[in-house]
Write a protein that binds this ligand. Structure first.
Ligand SMILES: Nc1ncnc2c1ncn2[C@@H]1O[C@H](COP(=O)(O)OP(=O)(O)OP(=O)(O)O)[C@@H](O)[C@H]1O
Length: 341
């Protein structure tokens, strides 16, 4: 799905990246291409290999095979040059519950040999401000809500200027308010031009936040590209509710559509929900639903209806539907997605 992009324009690039645990292949030869400036949603069901990929990108675990470049440098060989430019939120940082948010950040910053102590106070204050925690800077971390803790984790990732943020399920376990806060923060960081690589098992989250998407399924990257490309690859189908399914099928075939099937009345709920109620005495009992795929050469929907009517097909309902993103994900991964926002 994705067009070739120059390596220099990529914040993350992997080739055949693989991780095997004993007999299990957790990540199976993936070729990631994350353009600089993108908000890249790394989407997949639980256990599909997202965290393992992120851990390899950050040099937290070695790859079994393949290569990875982060911000143009090979990982993990150039770890020391790369990591200072990357802010990461992988598993929540181990904050000390009895220190304040501010004290926790100072402690983490002091442990970072790239962080100048001279500017520490200002940088800690700026990071707290950035994530909206200035008011709670002196509060002990144990008194923070989950959303606040997650924002403190992001503040930690932002103590130094970063070119790339890598966030592993940043809204996992948060209540709706915390989720909104973290998403708004990610959006504002992206608006500053920071490349964001964010994993999620929530389709709605990726739709709301991301410019690009990569979909993992059982260790494989099954698709990647812009969100727009992804939306536009959904197929369009026409659905005809009719008492003359045989004649309808013949017309659709003549017009060059690929007829998927003819369903009995059991499958009609979706169409009936959006179609006008059949007139009395013309109930759906004797009707069937004929579905067919549209292609680029297919006539316009109104021409299809006209052709059906011209041939005497009694059309009781007609709809054009595009495969939803959710259906696309299910098709790609063979698994149901958690689509809760
Ligand atoms: N250290 C490990 N040892 C053995 N197997 C592992 C290890 N880490 C991960 N796995 C396995 O690799 C597969 C991928 O796990 P991973 O955590 O990368 O998936 P994920 O997409 O991030 O899922 P989740 O959202 O649940 O974290 C899983 O089957 C997991 O059990």
């Amino acid at each position: 799905m994705s067009a070739a992009v120059d390596s220099a324009d990529l914040a993350i690039e992997t080739h055949g990246l693989t991780k095997r645990f004993r007999t299990q292949v957790a990540v199976d030869g993936i070729d990631l291409a994350v353009p600089r400036g993108a908000v890249y949603g790394f989407l997949g069901p639980n256990g599909s290999g997202k965290t393992t990929t992120i851990r390899m990108l950050l040099g937290l675990v070695g790859a079994t095979a393949g290569s990875a470049r982060v911000l143009g440098d090979e990982m993990p060989r150039r770890l020391d040059a790369v990591l200072p430019r990357v802010g990461a939120l992988v598993e929540g940082p181990a904050f000390s519950p009895y220190l304040s948010g501010e004290q926790n950040l100072r402690r983490f910053d002091a442990a970072d040999r790239h962080a100048p102590s001279r500017t520490r106070d200002a940088r800690v204050a700026a990071a707290l401000d950035r994530v909206g925690l200035s008011h709670a800077a002196r509060k002990k971390a144990h008194a923070y809500s989950l959303g606040m803790k997650q924002r403190l984790g992001l503040a930690n990732a932002l103590l130094m200027p970063r070119e790339l943020l890598v966030l592993d399920e940043p809204t996992n376990g948060l209540d709706p308010q915390g989720t909104r806060e973290v998403r708004a923060l990610v959006r504002s960081l992206a608006a500053d031009g920071t490349t964001v690589f964010v994993s999620s098992h929530l389709l709605a989250e990726v739709e709301q936040l991301c410019t690009h998407v990569g979909v993992m399924s059982a260790g494989r990257l099954v698709t990647q590209g812009t969100l727009e490309e992804f939306r536009s690859t959904g197929e369009e189908r026409v659905e005809v509710l009719t008492a003359d399914p045989g004649a309808a099928r013949a017309v659709l075939v003549r017009l060059g559509l690929v007829v998927d099937g003819v369903a009995g009345t059991a499958g009609l709920e979706t169409l009936l929900a959006s179609a006008p109620r059949p007139a009395q005495g013309a109930g759906a009992d004797d009707a069937a639903l004929v579905t067919a795929r549209l292609s680029g050469d297919s006539p316009a929907p109104d021409a299809i209806v006209a052709a059906l009517v011209r041939d005497g097909v009694r059309v009781r309902g007609f709809a054009v539907r595009r495969t939803s993103l959710e259906q696309r994900f299910v098709e790609l991964t063979g698994e149901g997605f958690d689509v809760v926002a």
